[in-house]
Design a binder for this molecule. Structure first.
Ligand code: FSO
Ligand code: SF4
Length: 538
C-alpha cells in the first residue's frame, strides 16, 4: 500500500505498511483500484458525452467511500469496484465506443477479490503509478479536492438537491488526470476544482437551509438525562431527521457527537424534545467517549475510528461508512429503518455524564449577517480589530494543541470564526464577548465552510472593499482529510491569500508545488503561537 492523502500520513511521507488511521493494506490498495475504476468510468462518459442518473448516483458515493475514516471494509470497496466496472461496460456498449482506443483504467476487468488484489498495486493503479513528483502532486491535489466535492455533493443529493454541471466537471477532471502530463494545465485544473468546490458547498448550503431552516444562535447542552440514549455522529442531517422521527415517544433520547453538533442550530430540529444535547468531542476521542456513552452509536459519515471490542456491538453504520463486523442500518426506498437500534438502546443504561454546561453556536451566514450592523459598528469603533478563521479538522497529534493556545492567546479584540471539528480545540473555553458578540462564532460543520465565504464576501461589499484580502480577516486553517482539501482549493479560487495551514503541509505536495503555492498564494505552515499571532493579527 501507499497512501498519503491525509494529514496523519506516516512520517508526513505516507503510510506504507498499515494506515495510521487503521486502514489495512488490502483495503488501501482496493480503494486505489476504486479511484482507478472511477477514472475509467469518467473517461468513458467524457468521450461519449454520456451522463445519466445511475452515473450521478454512483460517482460521488464511490468517491466518498475512499475518504479517510469512512470505509475500512474490503467487501464494501469490492462491491463499489464491481458496480463501477459494470456501469462502464454498459456505457461502452450503449455508445459504441471503440474499446481498443481506451486506456487501461477504462477497459480492465477484475471479476473477484483475488483478481482485484493482484491488479491493485500502488505502482500500477495507485499514486505511485505517476513517476514525476510534481505531476503526481498536482494530480493528487485535484483527486483529493474532487473526493471532497464528491462527499459534499452526496450530502446535497441526499436532500434531493443536485447540479449536473458539478458531475460533468468531475467527469472532465478525472479524464484530464488520465490524459494530461502538463503541469500548467493541471495547475489550472486544481484552481477549477476550487471553483466547483465553491459551487458544491453553495448547493449543500441551499439544500440544508431550505430543508432545515437557517441556523440560529443556540445553546447546546453538554449534560445527559436519565433515559437511555442513541448517539449520532458524522455529518448526515437526513439520517438524524429520520432517527429523531422514529425515536419520538419511545423513551429513548438522541445526542449528537462531533460534527453532528451543529444540527442543534437548525430550527427544524428544535421541535424534538428528546433531542437532548451534545456528547463528547472531536472524532479522535471516540474510543473513550463511545465506551462511556453506554448506548448504541450511529455513524453516518467520517470520522470512524476502528472500534474497540468493548463497544463494537453498539456501533451501527449508514451510507458509505463501513467496518468489518459493524451492523448496517437497513434502508428501503431511500428511507432508513432504525428500529433495531432503538430496541437496542432501550436495553442500555443512560449515558455516563462527561461534562456540564453548554456550547453556543449557530453563527452561519444568515445569523451573522443579521448581526452585521452591530459587527460593522464594532469594527469602525475599533472594538473588533480583526477576525481570524480558525477552522477545519481536528486530529490526534499533540501538535494540534497549538490551536487551543493560539485561540487562548489572541488579543481580546479579535473574533474567531470557526467551523468543522477543529472547533473542539477551543469551543468550550470561556473567551468572553465584544459588545454581546461572542469571541468564537461557530458556523457549523466543515460542510458549512461556505458560510464563512459568504460572510467575508458580504463584509467586503458592506465595507466597500475591492479585494477580499483587504478585509480584516486572517486564515489559520487546520486540515486533516480530503474535504478540507476541497475547502482549501475553494478559498484559493475565491482569491484568499496568505492562508496559514497546519499542523503540517500536505505530504502529497512536492517541494516545487509548495513553492508555487507560496509564490502565488502566500500559503505557509503554522509556526509558533506567538509568531503566528504577530503575523496574522499584527
Ligand atoms: Fe472533522 Fe472528520 Fe468534518 Fe472531516 S469529523 S475531520 S474535514 O472528516 O469532516 O470536520
Ligand atoms: Fe495514512 Fe491518512 Fe491514508 Fe490513513 S488516510 S492510510 S492515515 S495517509
Amino acid at each position: 500500500m501507499f497512501c498519503f492523502q491525509c494529514q496523519e500520513a506516516a512520517r508526513n511521507v505516507g503510510c506504507d505498511t498499515i494506515g495510521v488511521c487503521g486502514k489495512e493494506p488490502e483495503v488501501a490498495n482496493l480503494q486505489d483500484l476504486l479511484i482507478y475504476t472511477i477514472k475509467g468510468l469518467c473517461y468513458v462518459c467524457e468521450k461519449s458525452n454520456y451522463l445519466d442518473n445511475k452515473v450521478m448516483d454512483y460517482i460521488p458515493k464511490a468517491l466518498f467511500v475512499t475518504i479517510t475514516n469512512v470505509n475500512f471494509d474490503k467487501d464494501d470497496v469490492i462491491n463499489y469496484i464491481k458496480k463501477g466496472i459494470e456501469l462502464r461496460e454498459e456505457i461502452i456498449e450503449k455508445t459504441n465506443l471503440n474499446k481498443e482506443e481506451l486506456p487501461e483504467c477504462a477497459k480492465f476487468i477484475c471479476k473477484d477479490e483475488k483478481e482485484m488484489l493482484e491488479f491493485a498495486k500502488p505502482e500500477v493503479v495507485g499514486v505511485l503509478s505517476e513517476k514525476d513528483e510534481d505531476i503526481r502532486a498536482l494530480k493528487e491535489l485535484i483527486t483529493y479536492g474532487i473526493k471532497g466535492i464528491g462527499a459534499y455533493l452526496t450530502h446535497a443529493m441526499r436532500l434531493n438537491y443536485n447540479n449536473e454541471e458539478i458531475h460533468k466537471f468531475i467527469i472532465r477532471a478525472f479524464t484530464k488526470l488520465v490524459d494530461s502530463k502538463d503541469a500548467d494545465e493541471l495547475f489550472n485544473l486544481a484552481l477549477e476544482t476550487g471553483k466547483y468546490a465553491v459551487e458544491t458547498l453553495a448547493l449543500l448550503d441551499k439544500a440544508n437551509t431550505e430543508t432545515y431552516g437557517h441556523p440560529e444562535i443556540t445553546e447546546v447542552s453538554l449534560e445527559v438525562g436519565n433515559n437511555p440514549g442513541i448517539l449520532i455522529t458524522g455529518h448526515d442531517l437526513k439520517d438524524l431527521e429520520e432517527l429523531l422521527e422514529q425515536t419520538k415517544g419511545t423513551g429513548v433520547d438522541v445526542y449528537t457527537h462531533c460534527e453532528m453538533l451543529p444540527a442543534h442550530y437548525y430550527p427544524f430540529f428544535k421541535k424534538y424534545e428528546h433531542f437532548k444535547g451534545n456528547y463528547g468531542n472531536a472524532w479522535w476521542k471516540q474510543k473513550e467517549e463511545f465506551e462511556k456513552f453506554n448506548g448504541p452509536i450511529v455513524v453516518t459519515t467520517n470520522c470512524l475510528v476502528p472500534p474497540k471490542d468493548s463497544y463494537k456491538d453498539r456501533v451501527y453504520v449508514t451510507n458509505e461508512v463501513g467496518y468489518p463486523g459493524l451492523k448496517r442500518i437497513p434502508e428501503k426506498d431511500g428511507k432508513k429503518d432504525f428500529s433495531e437500534v432503538i430496541e437496542h438502546a432501550k436495553k442500555c443504561p443512560p449515558p455516563t455524564p462527561l461534562e456540564s454546561g453548554k456550547i453556543i453556536g449557530g453563527f452561519a451566514h444568515n445569523q451573522v449577517l443579521a448581526l452585521a450592523d452591530k459587527i460593522i459598528e464594532a469594527i469602525k469603533a475599533g472594538k473588533i480589530r480583526k477576525f481570524v478563521v480558525v477552522a477545519g479538522c481536528d486530529g490526534r497529534h499533540r501538535t494540534r494543541e497549538y490551536y487551543t493556545e493560539f485561540v487562548k492567546k489572541l488579543p481580546k479584540d479579535v473574533v474567531v470564526l470557526t467551523c468543522g471539528c477543529a472547533k473542539y480545540r477551543f469551543i468550550k473555553l470561556d473567551l468572553g464577548d465584544i459588545d454581546g458578540i461572542p469571541r468564537v462564532l461557530d458556523a457549523g460543520q466543515c460542510n458549512d465552510s461556505y458560510s464563512l465565504a459568504v460572510v467575508a464576501l458580504k463584509l467586503k461589499e458592506v465595507l466597500g472593499l475591492e479585494d477580499i484580502n483587504d478585509l480584516p480577516i486572517a486564515y489559520n486553517i487546520s486540515w486533516y482529510e480530503q474535504k478540507a482539501v476541497a475547502v482549501l482549493l475553494a478559498l484559493l479560487y475565491l482569491g484568499v491569500k496568505n492562508i496559514v495551514l497546519g499542523p503540517t503541509l500536505p505530504a502529497f505536495l512536492s517541494e516545487n508545488i509548495i513553492k508555487v503555492l507560496v509564490e502565488k498564494f502566500g500559503i505557509s505552515q503554522i509556526s509558533t503561537v506567538d509568531e503566528d499571532i504577530k503575523r496574522l493579527v499584527g
